[in-house]
Design a protein around this ligand. Structure first.
Ligand code: ADP
Length: 292
């Protein structure tokens, strides 16, 4: 059982030849709304990979909130811990230029109202084996959740994104930290992956640093190893890291190397397709990919 405390956003994606300069108006090529947010993406990835998932967070009282809730519920995710609050849902306003350059404004909206842990959160976290956290909610709530999970014997996995300086006490409550290469460097000031991983391990957690097409490097108390990515043609790498973490959680902890391999397979499938949440693969697809 997996609990995810995190963000749910609607991504508002505009494709355009080039982004307007200040004061300028340009005509876009297309517009689409794509469900996203790191929390929702990890929940979807874990559920599709075969996990039993409970999502904890907040959406607004707008149409995006209804759509986000429905999407998660339709995947079999327990959304009883997803509250509806007055005001807008979280949104990400994304301009994608023809050259591939992105510019993004994230408005936290309802996500920003999750400031502290509620009894409803505690109940659902205590019922889980693992808690997935990211940093798109107020960090006080994340820290409280990690602390509560530690006390309740629930394993906590933190994706430190978007990266920001973190209190040592939060890192001390985390069992597994999964930064990408840039986040690991930002957290430690060390660009060498090996050195950054060892530095993060000093907080008492296991560490998996993801390296995009170069796979990942795992630093565990018992086992440290590098695992390759699966070579695939890249279409869209949005949510690769979230798909990796969700699938890793769904794989359980009995065989870490097998779990990392499944996570890499799920992430490889996601980068081969467009549309963040739509690209996240199901268990049968991961099984088939690993057989081929
Ligand atoms: P994030 O999406 O958080 O920046 P990464 O880019 O490190 O994270 O990707 C996370 C994981 O997704 C990698 O460890 C790898 O398994 C997989 N992945 C990412 N990019 C590719 C790629 N181009 N080809 C194959 N797998 C990839």
């Amino acid at each position: 059982r997996i609990a995810v405390l995190g963000s749910a956003n609607m991504d508002l994606v505009v494709r355009v030849l080039r982004a307007p300069k200040p004061g300028e108006t340009v005509t876009g090529r297309s517009f689409s709304t794509v469900p996203g947010g790191k929390g929702a993406n990890q929940a979807l990835a874990a559920a599709r990979a075969g996990g039993t998932v409970s999502f904890l967070g907040a959406v607004g009282d707008d149409a995006y909130g209804v759509r986000l809730r429905t999407l998660l519920a339709d995947e079999g995710i327990d959304v009883s811990g997803l509250v509806r609050v007055p005001g807008p849902s979280g949104t990400a306003h994304i301009l994608v230029e023809d050259g591939g350059e992105n510019s993004i404004v994230v408005v936290p909206g309802a996500n920003g109202t999750v400031r502290s842990l509620t009894d409803a959160h505690r109940e659902r976290i205590a019922a889980a084996d693992v808690l997935l956290l990211q940093l798109e909610l107020p960090v006080e709530a994340i820290a409280q959740a990690a602390s509560f999970a530690r006390g309740a014997g629930v394993r906590t996995v933190l994706t430190p994104a978007p990266v920001t300086a973190l209190p040592d006490s939060l890192l001390a409550d985390v069992d597994l930290l999964v930064p990408n290469q840039h986040e690991a460097a930002a957290l430690t000031g060390l660009t060498d992956v090996e050195a950054a991983g060892r530095a993060l391990q000093r907080y008492g957690c296991d560490v998996v640093i993801t390296l995009g097409a170069d796979g990942c490097r795992c630093f565990g108390a018992g086992d440290s190893f590098a695992a390759p990515a699966f070579p695939v043609p890249v279409v869209d790498t949005t949510a690769a890291g979230d798909t990796f973490v969700g699938a890793l959680a769904a794989a359980g902890t009995s065989d870490v190397r097998a779990g990392v391999r499944r996570a890499a397979a799920a992430a490889a499938l996601s980068v081969g397709r467009t549309g963040a949440s739509a690209a996240i693969p199901y268990r049968t697809e991961i099984d088939q990919f690993l057989k081929d």
